[in-house]
Write a protein that binds this ligand. Structure first.
Ligand code: CU
Length: 165
């Protein structure tokens, strides 16, 4: 093998390696190479509320989720004693649609707010009233689950302090 052939062979090898890496990172949804796991700081949730639902068909939950860690994470699901079917919804062109996950950037936050992203509880087992609390457990791709007490508020309630800090 002459020098030129060796270089070509090496280039082919490194291309194969690059393909393998990108395939791997798209599988896991993260190219950071972080192992994640137990050292992942738990996301912190603030201002969680649910407007009093009109009926038991569905209810929306809104909150701000902060990720203080240096690793990007994702909200991948939620559960609650109030419903067996919690969905992650985004709002596009004033229509909401279910998405499999939502990004929680490293050192950033994910805002679930009226008219935008939210957690939707489908088929409620009871209709909570203003002043009640609804427990919602959030699941993340890397961090452990986080339990949130969601305050049931008036239907017109909006989180006025959500942008104040
Ligand atoms: Cu929705």
């Amino acid at each position: 093998m002459n020098a030129r052939a060796t270089r070509t062979f090496a280039a082919a090898l490194s291309l194969t390696a690059a393909l393998a890496v990108s395939a791997c990172s798209s599988d896991s949804g993260s190219g950071s190479g972080s192992a994640g796991g137990a050292d992942q700081a738990a996301p912190v949730v603030s201002g969680a509320f649910m407007p009093e639902p009109v009926n038991t068909r569905m209810a929306g939950a809104f909150m701000i989720i902060k990720n203080a860690s240096k690793t990007a994470d994702k909200l991948v699901g939620a559960s609650s004693p109030l419903s067996d079917d919690l969905q992650i919804h985004e709002t596009k062109d004033q229509k909401m649609q279910q998405v499999p996950s939502m990004d929680l950037p490293a050192g950033g936050e994910l805002k679930l707010e009226r008219g935008g992203n939210h957690i939707m509880l489908m088929g409620l087992k009871s209709a909570p009233k203003v002043g009640d609390k609804v427990t919602v457990e959030l699941r993340f791709e890397k961090a452990g689950p986080v339990k949130v007490e969601v305050d049931v508020k008036e239907r017109t309630y909006t989180a006025q302090n959500s942008t104040a800090h």
